[in-house]
Every structure is written in structure tokens, then in C-alpha cells.
Design a protein around this ligand. Structure first.
Ligand SMILES: Nc1ncnc2c1ncn2[C@@H]1O[C@H](COP(=O)(O)OP(=O)(O)O)[C@@H](O)[C@H]1O
Ligand SMILES: [Mg+2]
Length: 238
């Protein structure tokens, strides 16, 4: 049996008067990297918002054994939004300490989080003077500072240069090896190669969810993009 960090049953989400997400059943495996993949507008952010407890929904969503949105989860779930916000007039270190203080983490934890994302050298720089990629890493450090068991990252590698992107994925793998569960979204299919498990979303519904290898073997393909297209073809045929 798979040990699940997130269990969703009979989920439906309505936004702006329109149903934008319907999930009969979906589990996110604990201690591994799950890629949430699909084109823009398919519902990735909505699914993540549901898990972290900021989205109204109908149905049942349990996170680390508790109902989504439980106050006990605040310290155990880290969330980095798609357009991460940091305080421009605070330094890098002050930003991370500020977010740390909200989850009861001290200055040591803030330093460790900064080191983890390779920002120690920029600790004293004001956030408004950072590049986009550096700012994204500050947000990641802010999410890491409380040492969350579940880390939900919405398109964290978009707009980053290839080297930084690779380093981030290596870092995510280290976190997963240490027992952290990561759910990472992307609309870029080749990011799937860094994931243990994949969830394909399309038009507000789960097209497929499996291990990466299972997905490729099941479709007889060698890339996530081809697997996605094969699944689409099966769905159209059915
Ligand atoms: N604030 C909102 N109000 C109404 N509809 C929204 C809102 N945000 C997103 N949507 C709609 O919900 C659907 C899913 O969006 P989203 O979860 O943001 O997709 P993705 O993250 O995959 O790009 C889209 O049809 C989008 O237009
Ligand atoms: Mg999104």
C-alpha cells in the first residue's frame, strides 16, 4: 500500500460560478516528488490551493491525516505560490526570518533555509534588488523555514535559467530523500523527468496518475509528453 500524504475523494471546486475541478479520487504519495502536469488553465493551482486550505471545495481532502485547512497543518505544509511575494524593503534574511517567526522557527532555521537555496551570500541584500530567480529562491526558503512535511510548489522553476532549474530539482530530490513530500506543478512536460510520480491534469480533471515509470510503460512511450498525448488519445477514443 502506498503511504499517502494527500487523499482526495469526490472533490469538486467551483470558481467564478463555474466548476473548474472534479476529482473522483486522487492520492499523493508521501516522501516522494509528484509532478502535477498539464496545460495552463487545467486546474493545477486550484488543486494546490485546495490542498493547502485556501480554496473552498465540496468533497473530502485529507492532508497528512487531517482535513485540508486544519490549523494544525499550518506548520506542516509549505506553499509557494505561482507569483511569489517577498517584502522588497526587507533583506533576504529578514524576509525568511519573518516567515519563520510565523511558524515558530528561529534565526538558526532561517539561516539553514537560506543556505539550502544557496542564498547565504545575499542574506543582507534588500529583496527589491534581487533578480526574479533570486526572489523565487527567497520564497522557497520562506516555505522551507518551518521544515514542512509537505511542500506544495506552484510552477517553481518557470522563468529560471537552466542551471538554476537543475539545482532546484537536485535540491527537491534531497528534500524527498529526507522524507519530505513534494508536489510540484509545471506546464512544461519535460520537467516530469525529475519526478517519481506524475499527475496529468486536463480541463479540470485527472487524465492519469501513476509512477513516472508506470506511466511510460503503460503507454509504451519514453517521454512524459508522449505519455500525455497517448492518454489523451485513449480518452478521446473511449
Ligand atoms: N480567481 C478565479 N476566479 C474564477 N475562475 C478562476 C480563478 N482562478 C482561476 N480560475 C479558472 O479556474 C480554471 C483553473 O485555473 P488554474 O487552477 O489557475 O489553472 P492552472 O494553474 O493549471 O493554470 C481556469 O479555467 C481558470 O480560468
Ligand atoms: Mg497555475
Amino acid at each position: 500500500m502506498m503511504n499517502s500524504a494527500v487523499v482526495m475523494r469526490d472533490l469538486s471546486v467551483t470558481r467564478g460560478g463555474r466548476r473548474v475541478l472534479t476529482v473522483d479520487g486522487l492520492d499523493v504519495a508521501a516522501g516522494s516528488i509528484t509532478g502535477l502536469l498539464g496545460p495552463s488553465g487545467c486546474g493545477k493551482t486550484t488543486l494546490m490551493r485546495t490542498i493547502v486550505g485556501v480554496q473552498r471545495f465540496a468533497g473530502s481532502v485529507s492532508v497528512l491525516g487531517l482535513p485540508a485547512g486544519s490549523s494544525e497543518l499550518r506548520h506542516r505544509v509549505g506553499y509557494v505560490t505561482q507569483a511569489p511575494s517577498v517584502y522588497g524593503d526587507l533583506t533576504v534574511a529578514e524576509n525568511v526570518r519573518y516567515f519563520g517567526a510565523m511558524v515558530g522557527a528561529g534565526a538558526d532555521a532561517a539561516s539553514a533555509a537560506l543556505a539550502a537555496v544557496d542564498l547565504t551570500d545575499l542574506a543582507g541584500r534588500r529583496a527589491e534588488q534581487l533578480s526574479g530567480g533570486q526572489r523565487a529562491r527567497v520564497s522557497l526558503a520562506a516555505a522551507l523555514v518551518g521544515r514542512p512535511a509537505l511542500l506544495v510548489l506552484d510552477e517553481p522553476t518557470v522563468g529560471l535559467d537552466p542551471l538554476l532549474r537543475r539545482r532546484l530539482w537536485e535540491f527537491f530530490a534531497e528534500l524527498a530523500a529526507g522524507g519530505t513530500t513534494l508536489l510540484v506543478s509545471s506546464h512544461v512536460m519535460d520537467e516530469a523527468e525529475h519526478c517519481d510520480r506524475l499527475i496529468f491534469l486536463r480541463e479540470g480533471a485527472v487524465l492519469a496518475a501513476d509512477t513516472r515509470e508506470g506511466m511510460l510503460a503503460g503507454t509504451g512511450t519514453t517521454s512524459a509528453e508522449d505519455a500525455f498525448l497517448a492518454m489523451l488519445g485513449e480518452q478521446v477514443a473511449a
